[in-house]
Each structure stands twice: as C-alpha cells, then as structure tokens.
Design a protein around this ligand. Structure first.
Ligand code: MG
Ligand code: MG
Length: 253
C-alpha cells in the first residue's frame, strides 16, 4: 500500500533528506586518488550520527556499512573497504541513506576521481539529466510509467542503456515502500501520482548492455560486459505545490 505523507511528515523528510545530502557533499570533498572507500564511508557515518540521525543502510538486510560505494563497472551496492583505493580516472558511485525523526532520505551521486574520460563524464551527465527528465513527469494525475518512460527516453536517446533489474521505490518510514519506480516504462501506464507521494527516483545507466550480475559477496552488482555504469538518485516529495527534492542540497549537483 502506498503511504501518503502529510505536510508535517514531508517536513521531517526534508530534514532527513538534508542530512543525507550533506553527507554526500562531505564525501565529494574527500574523493581523490589514494582514498579508500572505507574512509569515505566513515566520513558519511560520522556526519549522519553527529546530526542525530542513523545510517539507513547500516545493518539493512545485514549490509555492513553506512554507504554503498561502487567503482567503475560496479553498478550499485558496493561494500566499502580499506583495500579499495580510488585511482585517477575512476568513477565512484556513493549511495547514502539517513533515518531521522522517523523518516528516510535516500540519495546517490557518481563522482569522477581526478581526470576521467570524456565518455565517463558524458555518462555521468546523461544519468543526472535522466533523473531530471523523470522528475519533470512527476505531476498529480500522471502515472509512474510517465516517469520511467521519460528516464528511458533520455538514456537511450544518448545511446546508453537503463539497468532494469534494479529500480527506484517509494520511501518514507521504510527505506523501500510502494510503489515501484522503474527507470523504464510506457507513458500513461502504472500507478497514478498524487500529492503526498514520496519517491526515490534513481536511474542506473550503463555505457554498454543493461545486463548486470551480483558478486559472490551477496551485494556488489556489476555490469556483465564490464562497461562503466553511473547512478543518480534523490528522494522527492510530490506536494500540492509541486515537487520538493529533499536530498538535493547543491542545486547544481
Ligand atoms: Mg539509494
Ligand atoms: Mg534507493
């Protein structure tokens, strides 16, 4: 069942979203060659806890860290490690959740480590653009299929592929709630959108094929063909006045 939020609940989600977004900004400041993904995870955890919140992912289905950090052909759910050292030319995806006053924020960014290829930069840009194409379709009366169709059109129009095995979701008191929010779909189909819905919209985009697989660690998801993948996610709230992007702190990022 879809849990609609009232304005007080959306205010709490804005606070949770702010903490989530701030944690990503702190991580971005520290992304550079030589840094381990574990160091980034620790910075994220410290910020969330110092803010009086709890890392949403820590212990979720047994996940052992506060952020999912995935490098290059890793798509999502990478486990931070002191042995995973970032190198110039890498792209790193950092996915963070914070639980505050009973509600979650959920947000991800893809960050270039130093100088990266033009193609990697374009992938990161298209993935972000596809999120905003999806958000432009979030209007009362529209349907979930309109959102996915807009994302898919943006991604495929650029010659890339949308990962279909993992999707966005409702978010609120639970990290994952109804409805499903696929990054693909048919316009005019699916759940009808209305004020009070809170969603995590999160395109995952591969340069090559959409095929992905999970590593034996039970978490890390990689592209089958080894091509680069990018991820961009925010938590949004649809209100009677329009869309609020709760986790977007730096409007240009
Ligand atoms: Mg996420
Ligand atoms: Mg999510």
């Amino acid at each position: 069942m879809i849990q609609l939020k009232n304005s007080a609940q959306i205010s709490a989600m804005i606070e949770a979203g702010r903490i989530t977004g701030e944690a990503l900004l702190i991580a971005r400041e520290h992304v550079r060659e030589g840094v381990s993904t574990k160091e980034l995870d620790t910075l994220i955890r410290n910020h969330i806890e110092k803010s009086g919140a709890r890392p949403s992912f820590l212990g979720y289905s047994g996940f052992p860290a506060s952020a999912c950090i995935s490098v290059n052909d890793e798509v999502i759910h990478g486990i931070p490690s002191k042995n995973r050292i970032l190198r110039e030319g890498d792209i790193v995806k950092i996915d963070v959740g914070a639980f505050y006053k009973g509600f979650h924020g959920d947000s991800a960014r893809t960050i270039a480590v130093g100088n990266v290829s033009e193609e990697a930069l374009n992938l990161i840009k298209v993935t972000r653009d596809s999120f905003f194409a999806g958000v432009a379709a979030v209007k009362a009366g529209n349907r979930i299929g309109d959102v996915g169709n807009a994302i898919q059109g943006c991604v495929e129009g650029a010659g890339y592929s949308v990962v279909k095995r993992y999707i966005g979701h409702g978010v609120g008191r639970a990290l994952h709630e109804a409805p499903d929010v696929p990054n693909f779909g048919t316009a005019g189909r699916g759940v009808r959108l209305c004020a009070g819905m809170t969603l995590a919209i999160e395109p995952m985009v591969n340069i090559g094929s959409e095929e992905v697989y999970e590593l034996p660690d039970g978490w890390t998801v990689k592209t089958r063909d080894g091509s680069l993948s990018a991820h961009y996610e925010n938590t949004i709230a649809l209100t009677s006045e329009g869309v609020i992007i709760t986790t977007l702190i730096d409007k240009d990022w």
